[in-house]
Design a protein around this ligand. Structure first.
Ligand code: AMP
Length: 483
């Protein structure tokens, strides 16, 4: 980050005006204007003033709502008065700690903080596992005001004494429900025990299962509660379709769908990383260009896979739930649940990948008889029955099919492989607004009590394409199931 003068540029944009109405200083309003933001999102409008008043915050919001700027901008402002241009590490104590469950989120957040803070002399960095700790230690030794971290790697740094958290004034727990799912709560408790007791705490979570509520209760002092709907998946923008199909026929059906629907960008979910590998190999063998992301692939491989997918070079990205968490893919038209997820909540997370940026999307689930119970669980959660597709005539397209079932004509994908293409121009047909579950609301398990959620915020007009480096990472391999 660099220093900058106090005055906003002449002819301040709408973004500067409306963000400054929230009390933000000019260095920050200029930075958000540079990002192309025209006005604060609902969570920003609520969170920024609350954080500036040094209130604790409990935010019910998913990634995609603009929550990062909701906490990052006021944190930068609160830290700004003591920002120093001195090179001495002692003048750059760690004063804000942002904990987040996955590498990709950590990287995205750090990148956002850097962008928003580019006119302030505050230092920020990110630490996450699965990479050499040495370079991270070196950066930490140099002094860092804002540290974004995944819990496991932060504990490593605490053990190595490469970071001192005794001066932390603000703690952010991001995606607390995901931290819980991933078993990070004990790590977080260990980290909390080394933080100064007097501090400001901000907790964000898409859902509030009992354990997250308990954590929130322990952590937050008279918090301001903020709830916003995700802007990604308004209820009438995602259509759902279920194909009842034997497991052995799924691959053929997927191939059929990709070809017959001319799917140029489809995110395919499987449960296990080994299945992601296998399906990817099989699709490629069938003539459909595909790539996989999961936590066993290297950072470089994941970034490459995502980049190829985003640029339209590879139309099919096969992912596990964990690897896909937090992916921000513009205008993703199709999500295919090749297998239903472990939990019905993950269905909601998965389909939140499509129907973004105000464009319609389709969530297509291939459900085998063994998965009927999972489908029922999802339908119970959504409070409606998902529409069943008519059986597809995909047999002739299946290269794995016994010869007697194959068409005499050459395999369409062999003669015309799915090609690289620009991002979709024509969104899928607009689906009917589904009754029952409201996708504009953060998912809430049935058991817990909940207050109503306000209306869906308007889509942003100036979203920035993220550098791919910001998007992948996930978890240490041990946390993702192999089987
Ligand atoms: P987040 O939920 O923080 O991950 O943000 C999701 C996306 O929204 C990111 O690509 C941000 O750059 C973008 N964004 C955040 N705030 C705004 C805003 N006020 N206007 C437009 N886009 C925004």
């Amino acid at each position: 980050m660099t220093t900058a003068g106090n005055d906003p540029r002449p002819g301040a944009s709408g973004a500067e005006t409306s963000f400054s109405a929230l009390g933000l200083i000019s260095q920050l309003t200029r930075a958000v204007a540079d990002q192309g933001y025209e006005e604060p999102t609902p969570i920003q409008a609520k969170a920024i003033p609350a954080v500036l008043q040094r209130r604790d915050v409990m935010g019910a919001a998913q990634t995609g709502t603009g929550k990062t700027a909701g906490f990052a901008l006021p944190i930068l402002q609160l830290l700004a008065p003591q920002a120093s241009i001195s090179p001495s590490p002692a003048r750059h104590p760690t004063r804000a700690l942002i904990l987040t469950p996955t590498r990709e989120l950590a990287v995205q957040i750090e990148e956002s903080v850097r962008n928003y803070g580019k006119y302030l002399p505050l230092r920020t960095t990110v630490v996450y596992g699965g990479v050499d700790i040495g370079p991270q230690m070196k950066i930490l030794h140099g002094g860092i005001e804002i540290l974004v971290a995944t819990p496991g790697r932060l504990l490593d740094h605490l053990h190595q004494k490469s970071v001192n958290l005794s001066r932390v004034e603000i703690l952010v727990l991001d995606e607390a429900d995901r931290m819980l799912d991933m078993g990070f709560i004990p790590d977080i408790k260990r980290i909390l025990s080394v933080l100064p007791p007097q501090r400001q705490n901000l907790l964000f979570s898409a859902t509030f299962p009992d354990e997250v509520r308990k954590l929130a209760k322990e952590l937050l002092r008279t918090p301001v509660t903020i709830e916003v709907a995700p802007r990604n998946a308004p209820p009438d923008l995602v259509s759902h379709q279920v194909h009842m199909v034997p497991a052995a026929r799924k691959r053929a059906l997927l191939g059929h769908l990709v070809r017959s629907r001319d799917m140029r960008q489809v995110l395919v979910f499987v449960r296990m990383k080994r299945d992601a590998n296998r399906l990817t190999r099989e699709l490629v063998r069938d003539g459909i260009n595909a790539t996989a992301i999961h936590s066993d692939r290297t950072q470089r491989e994941r970034m490459q896979a995502l980049e190829d997918f985003k640029q339209g070079k590879v139309p099919v990205l096969v992912a596990t739930d964990i690897a896909a968490r937090g992916l921000d893919i513009e205008q993703l038209p199709f999500v295919v649940n090749y297998e239903l997820p472990h939990t019905p909540e993950d269905y909601v997370h998965r389909i939140g990948r499509t129907g973004r940026a105000g464009l319609p999307g389709e969530a297509i689930s291939l459900v085998s008889p063994e998965e009927t119970k999972s489908l029922e669980d999802i339908e119970r959660l959504l409070k409606r029955k998902l529409p069943r597709a008519a059986p597809a005539d995909y047999r002739r397209e299946n290269p794995a099919e016994p010869r007697s079932h194959r068409s005499k004509t050459p395999h369409p994908a062999r003669s015309h492989p799915v090609r690289p293409h620009p991002p979709r121009q024509q969104p899928a047909a607009r689906p009917a607004s589904p009754p029952g579950f409201d996708f504009s609301k953060p998912y809430e398990p049935a058991a817990s009590a909940k207050t109503p959620v306000p209306a869906v915020p308007p889509p942003h007009r100036h979203r920035q394409q993220r550098p791919t480096a910001a998007l992948l990472g996930g978890l240490p391999a041990k946390r993702e199931p192999h089987k």
